[in-house]
Design a protein around this ligand. Sequence first.
Ligand SMILES: [Zn+2]
Length: 363
Amino acid sequence: MKRALLLSSALSILTASSAFAQDHFNWPKSRLPIPVCIVSGKGVPGYRPQLETIVKQAFDDWMIASGGKIQFVFVDKTDGGQGITCQWTNDRSKMTSTIEDGETIVVPDAQGITSAKIMLLTVPPKAMPTLTDNYARRVALHEIGHALGIAKHSSNAGDIMFGTIYPVDKACALTEGDTSALAAAYAPSGSSTASGASGSTGSSSSSSELLGGQNAEVEKIPGASPGAAAVKASTLSNPPSASESPTARGFRLNNEAAEAMNAGKFDLAVTKLEEAYKLAPDNQMVGANLGMLYSNLASLAMVTRNYPRAEVYSKKAAVLVEKCSTKANLMQVLRNQCLILHVAGKEAEALKVEARLKSMGAK
Ligand SMILES: [Zn+2]
């Protein structure tokens, strides 16, 4: 992991709400074709027009990998930030960590992904004298994969979606593994109707903490208003009342937190979820949501290089997610924590987390 990190060059930072979007989230049909704005890199040191061609080709490759289902339209400006925006920088300090060559921030709402921002470096990684076409292509393909909804890295080093991009000048292409990762992200279970249906069968309801979106989860809580209504209800139409049970109030706060997150108000979301958790400490969904929110706040803190804050949130996340959520989610949180500790220079602690991950079966 340590070695991999040193060579690592791409990382996706998901915004807080994406943690709640089950295992996968994607661009809903209603938002296709996806508008793509490749901001001109003119004036950015290291930029050359060929880089834009490479990025466009990478989008084409993903379109083909989707069997033509996901199409893109290249636009000069995205409408209100919707769609995918690609930007260039030669400034490593703008990246989450100084060893990354690409970074993607994905913003979903209740329907799915609404926007993604890809930042690409115009300068080569340390071990490379120049940013070659092959390398730029690999980073572009990888980041576009995240922008399309592939949140997890592949464990197969041959895949573009493998977590580490080695600084080598070698031709690359999407693999079968990448294609199936995309297919998995767009599998029907991600649609709202399907998740409602599968949730009510109880097969996976405990592991899918889609905050605010899962009617099945809502119905588990006695006395709470029906899901969709509760999610849509604002504090005005669903005010606290004296007769409200602590559980119901906890659940209302949980839904309000979802609203806050959709509005990008993460701090408000934390306040509400922390209160909800106090009121309903046995509610696994609330605990899991809070844990995953902490983990994402840790990532966001890392983006702003606030390592102490990142560390605090990431540790709080691990405790809650271990108690309330799935092993898969815990491993995700621990991987995140490992990265934060590395970047913060806390090698000994990072190694401990790594060992724990290994004991859980991580590669
Ligand atoms: Zn990545």
